[in-house]
Design a protein around this ligand. Structure first.
Ligand code: NAD
Length: 491
């Protein structure tokens, strides 16, 4: 069984750590590889930081037009290898093949957007702020930047940061999730083909020890994190205490409000896709579905129908819409949360527990589930389930629904389904979340927009993607200049 190597200083290197974790196919528990995991990964991270620090001197002085050239090549390589990478995503992460291909597309879009860095990095100039004095601002790289990624989008999330960081003149270290390291191993085989200074982009494996080393290392200037809220908060606090720039995207519990004037058929399909896509393991998965007014009976039936029709199975098999969840532990946690909802007074309309898929009996499958009338004063209503579970909540008015949305401690996404422009305008103005969908079920910002979580879904100031990424990966320098005539030598 292959033990995965790190990619440090432009070479594949064995880890200092001999202990490993299994990388497992969640559809059948097949061991796909072994990933180094333990205390000695600290030495790997130190090697990576050293290489990344050495690469900086050369890279930061390369003109930005030249710094983006390898990204054009990376885009082509990623497109050429999308099917192969998508297959790996499905194997280690579980989502359907179509979802994996779509994920790679969103990653590639970030590489494309980062190719605009020569324009995005341009800055400001004021002539004559006082007589004969000019003032301008330039953007300079930070230094070594690191990214710690979650399991649920192994092919996309590193690209919210990596292409912008290097285009801005930084070097980069990626620590993928230990649950899904294979996708980035393949991507780094492609990165290895680019004409980049050695050590500019590095990959290290591991868990808490690797992450803490990045958080404490004085040469690491910026940390980009995506994962659960508890860890995001920890990363933000420890990184900031060490004087680093930190952006830490956390978990979510996303509400969707359905008004009586919404188109029932279209809404039910879109909302079911949002709840059950990627088996609910999306930070933008709809979870609490608020049905307003007298349409709730019809919409409930339509959602039930849409949920029952989802085909669950191994993501590489033909026609599969929903794969397994990531680990047996996740499966039992989700099943326990369904039971908790019932204990707290909800009615279980659709029970996806004890799912068994022929040929994949050992897989971590949970089928679509629906709870109705989940207690508003219970725990489930605020708990990120991260599985294919919909909670239905009847309410009387848009005002009541917005109050509910704004009682959420998270703030990743809030969506409204309506045919009224006024409802839409009221909702988008008042909803307390960073990504808003109007007749959209997964309000995932395109690469040119920031991925704008709020509240407990984000710790920091600048988000991933687009202009925010350019601002995050540069520091501004303001220059005030005077060239007095009498000081200028005449030739
Ligand atoms: P996680 O927090 O368990 O792990 C994320 C990363 O942190 C991994 O690389 C892991 O190795 C590392 N890590 C785990 N425990 C750590 C510790 N104690 N100290 C230091 N590092 C540690 O998250 P996950 O289960 O991989 O991903 C799912 C979570 O990510 C969900 O909560 C989901 O909502 C969230 N997520 C958020 C966004 C967003 O944009 N807001 C996007 C995707 C996923």
């Amino acid at each position: 069984m292959e033990v995965l190597k790190n990619y440090i200083d432009g070479r594949w290197m064995e880890s200092h750590e001999k202990a490993t974790l299994d990388v497992v196919n969640p559809a059948n528990q097949e061991v796909l590889a072994r990933v180094p995991f333990g205390k000695k990964t600290v030495s790997d991270v130190n090697d990576a930081v050293k290489a990344a620090t050495q690469a900086l001197g050369e890279w930061r002085n390369v003109p930005v037009m030249r710094r983006v050239q390898p990204l054009y090549k990376l885009k082509l390589l990623l497109e050429e290898h999308t099917q192969e990478i998508a297959r790996l995503i499905t194997l280690e992460c579980g989502k359907s093949f179509a979802e994996s291909v779509a994920e790679m597309q969103r990653g590639i879009e970030n590489v494309e957007t980062a190719c605009s860095t020569p324009i995005l990095m341009q800055s400001e100039f004021s002539e004559n702020i006082a007589s004969g004095i000019d003032e301008f601002m330039i953007r300079q790289p930070l230094g070594v930047c690191a990214c710690i990624a979650p399991f649920n989008f192994p092919g996309m999330i590193p690209f919210w940061f990596l292409p912008y960081a290097i285009a801005c003149g930084n070097s980069f270290i990626l620590k993928p999730s230990e649950k899904v390291p294979l996708t980035m191993m393949k991507v780094f085989e492609l990165i290895d083909q680019l004409d980049l200074p050695r050590g500019l982009i590095n990959l290290v494996h591991g868990g808490k020890e690797s992450v803490d080393t990045l958080l404490d290392h004085k040469e690491v200037k910026a940390i980009s994190f995506v994962g659960s809220t508890a860890i995001a908060r920890y990363i933000y606090q420890r990184g900031a205490a060490n004087g680093k720039r930190v952006q830490a995207q956390g978990g979510a519990k996303n509400p969707v409000v359905i008004m009586p004037d919404a188109d029932i058929e279209m809404t039910a399909k879109i909302v079911a896709d949002s709840v059950y896509g990627c088996a609910g393991q999306r930070c933008l998965a709809a979870s609490n579905i608020v049905t307003v007014g007298d349409s709730r009976g019809v919409i409930k039936e339509a959602l039930l129908e849409a949920a029952k029709n989802k085909t669950t199975g191994f993501g590489l098999d033909e026609g599969i819409e929903m794969g397994p969840v990531i680990t047996p532990g996740s499966k039992s946690r989700i099943e326990d949360l369904i039971a908790k909802g019932v204990d707290e007074g909800a009615k279980l309309l659709l029970d996806g527990r004890k799912a068994s898929i022929r040929g994949y009996e050992t897989g971590n499958f949970v089928k679509p589930s629906i709870l109705e009338n989940v207690a508003l004063d219970g725990e489930l209503i605020h708990t990120e389930i991260f599985g294919p579970v919909m909670s239905l909540l009847p309410m009387d008015s848009l005002d009541q629904a917005i109050d509910f949305v704004n009682g959420n401690t998270y703030g990743n996404m809030a969506c409204l389904f309506t045919s009224s422009g006024l409802n839409a305008r009221t909702f988008r103005s008042r909803a307390n979340a960073g990504n808003i969908g109007i007749n959209i079920g997964v309000a995932a910002p395109m690469a040119q927009f920031p991925f704008s979580g709020w509240n407990d879904s984000f710790f920091g100031d600048l988000h991933g993607q687009g202009r925010h990424a350019i601002e995050f990966f540069t520091q501004t320098k303001v220059v005030i200049e005077r060239w007095p005539k009498e000081w200028t030598r005449k030739f």
